[in-house]
Structures are given as structure tokens and as C-alpha cells.
Design a protein around this ligand. Structure first.
Ligand code: FES
Ligand SMILES: [Fe+2]
Length: 381
């Protein structure tokens, strides 16, 4: 199996031969205060609520009539698969006096009944269906007391939500044809969640994301692990509108290129990291797709929750593949828990101790530059 990008494979090969890399025209400096400031953190959370963010995967509500509840950026959500197979999203907030209408993390039901005073709502449109003792109220207009709806769009299996309830973004415009083309071959709309882990860390979300998309550090921070497998000084970045993808050659590609042997865009020779602005990334492998989302904490700039999910097409699963995927998880977890996150924790502590000056993103660190440039554009700084 290959990535689509044979042109990128050729480019990487040329760079490896010459000992060069693709670079953006300039460095980027980002104020260290942006990683510790509560004011900045509040602006970023507010921004995320306006952007299409990925709140889950369609396979979590595969069956018609099923639902999940979850809190995203502090907002309580109820996400359902309707009878017609489309996805509906609601605020999990009763319109009587604010109870949760669904308490279970997941399940299957037609109506959601608040346990405080028994108001019930339809799965299909969030409409208020039942009000016990309704003659105790002067008048409850049922049409105006349905659950607040949250628009959710499903693409490539990912559930994109407008948490603000007010935006009119178009998800196809937002993703664009290049992201579509990169994701389509992996058939993620038919994939299932093989593994789902969350880690709450005392680290600003951007530092965690920087570490996850950074192409420059593996040789230094993971010298005996992934650093031995990929070339540190060569990468290629492709910007796809608000998103982008970095491609890194494996050392095997470096060896072949330098020996004048042929290379190609197969996973044998290269890997990629597709960054979906603002806070997700997708790494494809021959067996599975690794999908990260990093959420800022609702209380403090210095904390975030990273959710890592492995998506697998069910027909690909067998014992051998499952063992291989678990092995790949162990390698990832070891690198993240023992190397990446301790480094990032120190960075956060250092930023809090001395929140002055700037962090520097070099010309070859295009994925990290992209994240910070997009944020700066959205937040007007
Ligand atoms: S708060 Fe839900 S029925 Fe009263
Ligand atoms: Fe790392």
C-alpha cells in the first residue's frame, strides 16, 4: 500500500541525495506567553467552538438509534444516529431546568428522559415530547422547548461539530479536495475504533500538538526508537488550505536514495502526518490509521487532554494484524509517555517559570509553523 504522493517521494529522494530539505521562506516566532496565558487560552477555546472540530467517529454510533454522550470543551453533548442513518447532535441539557437528559456514555433509545422531573425528548429531532403534569405550567410551547441542536457532519467517518451552534461553515469547503483525496483511500467511514486512549497532561495543548507533528526531534528525543527509523533532516510539507501534511522519509529511503537505488511512495519508504486544523492529526499505516485529537482544558492554559484512537477496517482484522497493531501501540505509547510528554512537561514548566520572549520554529518545521500561523490568523495576532 502507498501514499498517493509519488511526486513527494521523488522530491524526498532528491533532497536525501543532496542532503537538503524543503523549507518555508522564514522562521516563525511565537510568544511564550501564548502557552501560559489564561486570556489567550480562553480565546483559543472560543475559537475552537466556532471551527469544525472532530468530536468522535461515526463507528461509535454505528447502529441506527444509538447514541453517545460526551463533554467537549466543557460542552455536554448528546450525539445520535437517527433512524434515517444521519447523525444528530444536541446539547445534553434539559430545557426545563438544565438536567442531563442522557446519563449513560452510550446506548440505544428512542426518547431521552430527564431524571429530574421527567421531561422527554425525541432522538430524531430533539423535540420535546413529554411534559409530566403539564397543567402545572401556565403554558409550555413544546415546539420552542426542544433540545438545542448542534450541527454534526460526518466525513470519512469523522464527526465534525459546530459547538457554537451558530456557524454556517460548509464541511466540504473546510476540508477541501486535497484532504478528501488523502483520506479517501483509507475507507475510514467503514473503519472501527480498535483502541481508544486518553491522557490528561499538565501541558498546554499546543505544546502537545507541536510535539506530535514536529519532524525535527525524533533523532534527538527518540534515538533508540523512531529516531532510528526516520530521517530527521529531510521532510516535505504540503499545505491543503487550513490543513496540511508533512512527509518524512524512512532511513530505508535515505539509504536507497544515497545508493542511487529506486524509491517510491510506499510505506516501506515514507510516512506522513496529516494535520487537520485546529487540533487533530491522522497518521496512516498499512494496517491502521492513528488519529489524535488534543483538547485544551476548560480550566487552565497549562493542561490538555490528548485522545489517541487507532482506526481499523473490520475486514482487515485478524490475529496477526491485531498483534502488529498492538505492538505499534506499545512503541508509540513508550515514546510518548517516556520521552515526548516528559520533555513537553518540562517545556510547560519552563514557560510558566519564565513566560518571556518567543519560541522559534525553523524553516524546516513547516507543520508546527502552519498550526501557529493559522491560529494567529484566526485570533488576529
Ligand atoms: S430539569 Fe429536566 S425535567 Fe426538570
Ligand atoms: Fe516524539
Amino acid at each position: 500500500m502507498s501514499l498517493l504522493n509519488s511526486d513527494v517521494a521523488d522530491l524526498l529522494t532528491e533532497h536525501l541525495k543532496a542532503g537538503t530539505t524543503e523549507m518555508s521562506p522564514t522562521d516563525l516566532r511565537v510568544p511564550i506567553a501564548h502557552f501560559v496565558s489564561e486570556e489567550r487560552a480562553a480565546k483559543e477555546r472560543e475559537l475552537m467552538a466556532r471551527l469544525p472540530v472532530i468530536i468522535g467517529h461515526g463507528s461509535e454510533i454505528a447502529e441506527r438509534g444509538s447514541f453517545v454522550t460526551r463533554e467537549v470543551l466543557g460542552i455536554p453533548l448528546l450525539v445520535v444516529r437517527k433512524s434515517d442513518g444521519t447523525v444528530g447532535g444536541y446539547l445534553n441539557i434539559c430545557r426545563h431546568r438544565g438536567g442531563r437528559v442522557a446519563d449513560a456514555p452510550c446506548g440505544k433509545q428512542r426518547y431521552f428522559t430527564c431524571h429530574y422531573h421527567g421531561w422527554s425528548y425525541s432522538r430524531e429531532d430533539g423535540g420535546l415530547r413529554g411534559v409530566p403534569y403539564d397543567d402545572f405550567y401556565t403554558h409550555v410551547d413544546k415546539d420552542r422547548h426542544g433540545l438545542h441542536t448542534i450541527r454534526v457532519e460526518e466525513r470519512h467517518g469523522f464527526l465534525f461539530a459546530d459547538l457554537s451552534g451558530r456557524q454556517d461553515w460548509d464541511i466540504d469547503d473546510w476540508l477541501g479536495p486535497e484532504v478528501d483525496a488523502q483520506l479517501a483511500p483509507f475507507g475510514l467511514d467503514g473503519a472501527e475504533i480498535f483502541l481508544d486512549r486518553s491522557f490528561t497532561l499538565d501541558i498546554n495543548w499546543k505544546i502537545v500538538l507541536d510535539g506530535a507533528i514536529d519532524v525535527l526531534h525524533p533523532k534527538f528525543l527518540h534515538p533508540t526508537g523512531v529516531g532510528k527509523l526516520i530521517e530527521t533532516n529531510t521532510s516535505v510539507w504540503r499545505q491543503y488550505g487550513r490543513h496540511g501534511q508533512s512527509f518524512s522519509p524512512r532511513t530505508r529511503m535515505g539509504d536507497a536514495a544515497r545508493a542511487g537505488e529506486p524509491t517510491d511512495a510506499s510505506f516501506r519508504y515514507m510516512g506522513s502526518n496529516l494535520f487537520l486544523y485546529p487540533n487533530s492529526m491522522v497518521i496512516s499505516t498499512p494496517d491502521h490509521v492513528e488519529f489524535w485529537t488534543v483538547w485544551p482544558d476548560t480550566g487552565t492554559a497549562g493542561r490538555s487532554t490528548t485522545q489517541i484512537r487507532f482506526l481499523v477496517r473490520p475486514e482487515k482484522r485478524d490475529e496477526r494484524i491485531e498483534r502488529r497493531i498492538m505492538r505499534s501501540w506499545e512503541i508509540l505509547e513508550e515514546a510518548a509517555v517516556q520521552e515526548d510528554w516528559p520533555m513537553e512537561l518540562t517545556i510547560q514548566q519552563n514557560a510558566e517559570a519564565h513566560p518571556h520572549g518567543t519560541f522559534l520554529y525553523g524553516r524546516n518545521e513547516q507543520s508546527c509553523q502552519h498550526l501557529h500561523r493559522e491560529l494567529a490568523a484566526d485570533l488576529g495576532d
